[in-house]
Ligand binder design. Structure first.
Ligand code: A3P
Length: 266
């Protein structure tokens, strides 16, 4: 296929996905009633929690760290369900009922760092909005995908279910090897020492940042080329823990603290 045909196909798909995300209610029942296969692995998250990092980790574990095959675009190896970061109660019913061997890996991250990451992500699409206003929208649940806590608690309440594994971005940063072990156990896989060494290197921030199969250069690059988006930074940006400590002022810190208390009490 010519580059142009590929581009038009990708663009149509991109527009279709966005229409579907906005009009999610139109396909809600199709998703709820969707077939679930025994060997399905669902990586679920709110945006900016380290979804891509977790997807790549899960894909590598499930595919015996086949880094040659991992050279193709992650979006093709690990399809996103209509680009939606679905809350637990909107997942297919069979998955929720745990009647198959399908598994769910859910990621959590400090919401203050999620908010900062989300702000920078939207800036890639020329959003030069004010950070404080953006934080307020995040706290009010007025961004796409709504309330952070509704989403997180919908999975957290399932943490004792045998088909649910909850991972923390912060643990992945502090001790990725243990997280890989834990995930491999959950998926019924065993990595050799060589595979572990290979995957640890492959999943490091520096490698992921330069890896076009996961850093969205493949999808963003073509849109940039045709001037549809003008990115000003990278999708895999800085990958740090506790960034909020240097970015948020005292007033914002207090707002987040109050918001967390209110939502965890409810
Ligand atoms: P930052 O914007 O804070 O850097 P998602 O995939 O859900 O959109 O999450 C994106 C976030 O995960 C970004 O956070 C990105 O840098 C971070 N990330 C992706 N791969 C990473 C890695 N290998 N190590 C650390 N952080 C990573």
């Amino acid at each position: 296929k010519s580059e142009e045909t590929n581009f038009v196909e990708k663009l149509i798909n991109y527009v279709k996905c966005n229409i579907i995300s906005v009009n999610f209610h139109l396909i809600r029942n199709e998703i709820l009633n969707m077939e679930v296969r025994d060997d399905d692995i669902w990586v679920c998250s709110f945006p900016k929690l380290g979804t891509t990092w977790t997807q790549e980790m899960v894909w590598c574990i499930a595919n015996n760290v086949n880094l040659e095959a991992a050279k193709s675009d992650l979006n093709e190896r690990f399809p996103s369900l209509e680009k939606a970061h679905l809350p637990y109660n909107l997942l297919p019913i069979k998955l929720q009922q745990n009647v198959t061997n399908a598994k769910i890996v859910f990621v959590i991250r400090d919401p203050r760092d999620v908010c900062i990451s989300y702000f920078h992500f939207l800036k890639l699409f020329e959003n030069d909005g004010n950070f404080e206003e953006f934080c307020q929208m995040f706290l009010d649940g007025r961004l796409t995908y709504g309330s952070y806590w509704d989403h997180r608690l919908s999975y957290w309440n399932q943490r004792h279910s045998s088909n649910v594994l909850i991972l923390k971005f912060e643990d992945m940063k502090n001790d990725l090897k243990s997280v890989i072990h834990k995930t491999a156990n959950f998926l019924g896989k065993n990595l050799t020492d060589t595979e572990m060494k290979k995957v640890l290197d492959h999943l490091s921030f520096e490698r992921m940042k330069e890896n076009h199969a996961v850093n969205q250069r493949m999808s963003f690059g073509i849109l940039e080329k045709y001037d549809i988006i003008k990115t000003k930074g990278s999708f895999i940006r800085c990958g740090k823990v506790d960034q909020w400590k240097t970015v948020m002022n005292f007033e914002l810190e207090k707002k987040f603290e109050k918001w967390e208390k209110e939502n965890l009490r409810a």
